[in-house]
Design a protein around this ligand. Structure first.
Ligand SMILES: [Zn+2]
Length: 305
């Protein structure tokens, strides 16, 4: 089993800056930023997505090494693992875990072992001692807890109106640019519900664990202070990440195969200004509706001044 201190889980809603946080943390020695582990096996095996190095999973040497290591170390085939992920990692799986006695069943134990093995293989491959899982999904955090993991949690939150602004922009599918499928502009009510529930569940499911609440806006404007908070909370050293900020160097890119299209950019630097383009681009009626639906949470996270 993975030692408790060896896993950091980033939880929250999409478009909240987890790709940049993952990149920033992954620039420190011994920190293995694994991207969104929840989607990893699918991205590598089933969908053959593009890696941040520009090659597809089947052509990239890093993911090929990962596959080989998996085949050598895992007791089950990837097909069986994907079937177990389907069984346990969705909402139906969560209810199954609590209302079934399947927690003690053989398949659940196999799942527990394989998830742990997956992190260990990735840690070894990265020569890391701390794994970062940027999956964000609150239900994955819950499942990990049921499996016996006690990760340090970074609850990443961003002003919901900025998230809405970002989700109102559609994107065409472009595999090589890291957009796996066409993204249509999302309805305001759906985003409000999704953003609200994801943040409420993030708080609920991380209750009792070591955790910090980190606002994207604070991360971007004062990354050093945010890194110090993570260092003391998770008891890790992030020396190289801090150096990159202080010297304004570009991030060293790893082989990232999940996460948003930012990972495909050639040179990524921390721009110390939060993206607030929503203030101009978001229609007034959408901004108002979102505000009415999520006012309490916007206030809770200090977005209403
Ligand atoms: Zn690669």
């Amino acid at each position: 089993m993975l030692k408790q201190s060896r896993l950091i889980f980033i939880v929250g809603y999409g478009r909240s800056g987890s790709t940049i946080l993952d990149l920033l943390l992954g620039n420190s020695k011994k920190v293995a930023a694994l991207g969104e582990v929840a989607y990893l096996t699918d991205a590598v095996w089933t969908s053959n997505h593009y890696c941040s190095c520009g090659k597809s999973a089947s052509e990239c040497e890093y993911w090929s090494a990962f596959k080989t290591k998996w085949e050598l170390n895992s007791e089950i085939t990837i097909e069986s693992f994907l079937a177990l992920e389907k069984r346990y990692s969705r909402l139906s799986g969560v209810t199954r875990l609590f209302f079934d006695k399947s927690i003690d069943s053989k398949s659940f134990n196999t799942y527990r072992k394989t998830v742990s093995n997956l992190y260990n293989i990735l840690l070894e491959l990265n020569d890391g001692s701390i794994a970062i899982d940027a999956s964000k999904l609150p239900f994955r955090l819950l499942i990990l807890r049921v499996l016996g993991f006690r990760p340090f949690v970074i609850h990443l939150v961003r002003d919901g109106r900025a998230v809405l602004g970002s989700l109102k922009k559609g994107h065409r599918a472009n595999l090589e640019k890291g957009v796996q499928k066409a993204l249509k502009p999302k309805p305001t009510i759906r985003v409000a519900l999704g953003w609200g529930l994801a943040n409420v569940f993030s708080e609920l499911f991380s209750f009792g664990l070591n955790r910090i609440l980190l606002r994207y806006e604070d991360l971007v404007t004062d990354p050093i202070f945010s890194l110090k908070r993570i260092e003391s909370g998770a008891e890790i050293e992030l020396h190289e990440s801090k150096e990159i900020i202080v010297k304004n160097l570009p991030f060293i890119k790893r082989h990232t195969i999940t996460g948003n299209r930012l990972r495909m950019s050639n040179e990524i630097r921390m721009v110390k200004i939060p993206d607030e383009s929503w203030k101009k681009s978001l229609a007034v009626k959408d901004a108002k509706l979102f505000y009415i639906l999520t006012m309490l949470l916007l206030k809770r996270y200090n977005y209403l001044k």
